[in-house]
Ligand binder design. Structure first.
Ligand code: PGA
Length: 248
């Protein structure tokens, strides 16, 4: 049985005080370790949240990581820096990064590689836009996003990675994929990996993201190839995030 994972993506929200109190609220409400749980805080709050989660089941994640190891890259944050703070996971290729900040398939693959080289587990986000779905391009878009990483680091690297399927049209829109729509793509991703390595395909956690909420999480998580969620809006409230976690 694969262990499930629920990850909160706080995006660019909150203050130091509200972030600390959110993390404390989650830690206080964690009564069972039936699945893995993490929060991806804004970079500047990571050291503070690291203090809150120390010694608890709540793991720390970043929302991105630089595609280079070190050097003259003004404004970037390296995997080494994140590792030093105690980061376990790093999102790479979130659709907001891809669409607003120009993260390309190639740079996402480089970020994935940088994270792994420091022992940070990359959470590779993939997913199609509404236009791509309507043009029946969902699977080809996902192939391209996965291939960029597989070509750079090899399929074996997925042994220490997580994939998040996030249909762009469902992110922050209140429009969730149906359980079956999500399952169809998760199944597709797992088969795509299985064609290259069956053992990794059976093991890898594939999360769903896109308007997942306490009232729809149970149905999504009950699907055979959905191993948890990447939660945006609903992770900004400890109670709703914990409800999602507990619906696994
Ligand atoms: P949402 O965001 O849950 O607010 O749709 C998900 C994400 O962007 O990871």
């Amino acid at each position: 049985m694969r262990r499930s994972l629920v990850v909160g993506n706080w995006k660019m929200n909150g203050t130091r005080a509200s972030s600390e109190s959110l993390a404390k609220g989650i830690v206080a409400g964690l009564v069972s370790d039936h699945a893995d749980i993490a929060v991806c805080a804004p970079y500047v709050y990571l050291p503070y949240i690291a203090e809150v989660v120390k010694g608890t089941e709540l793991a720390l994640g970043s929302q991105n990581v630089a595609d280079q190891a070190s050097g003259a890259y003004t404004g970037e944050i390296s995997a080494t820096m994140l590792k030093e703070i105690g980061v376990t996971y790093a999102l790479v290729g979130h659709s907001e990064r891809r669409s607003y900040y120009g993260d390309t398939d190639a740079s996402v693959a480089a970020r994935f590689k940088q994270a792994q080289e420091q022992g940070i587990i990359p959470i590779l986000c993939v997913g199609e836009t509404l236009e791509e779905r309507e043009q029946d391009k969902t699977f080809s878009v996902i192939n391209k996003q996965l291939d960029a990483v597989i070509d750079l680091v090899g399929i074996a690297s997925f042994d220490a990675a997580v994939i998040a399927y996030e249909p762009v049209w469902a992110i922050g829109t209140g429009k969730t994929a149906t359980d079956e729509q999500a399952q169809e793509v998760h199944y597709y991703i797992r088969q795509y990996i299985a064609a290259k390595d069956q053992v990794i395909a059976d093991k890898i956690q594939i999360l769903y993201g896109g308007s997942a909420k306490p009232d729809n999480a149970k149905g999504l998580f009950a699907m055979p190839d959905i191993d948890g969620g990447l939660i945006g809006g609903a992770s900004l409230d400890a109670e709703s995030f914990l409800k999602i976690f507990n619906s696994i």
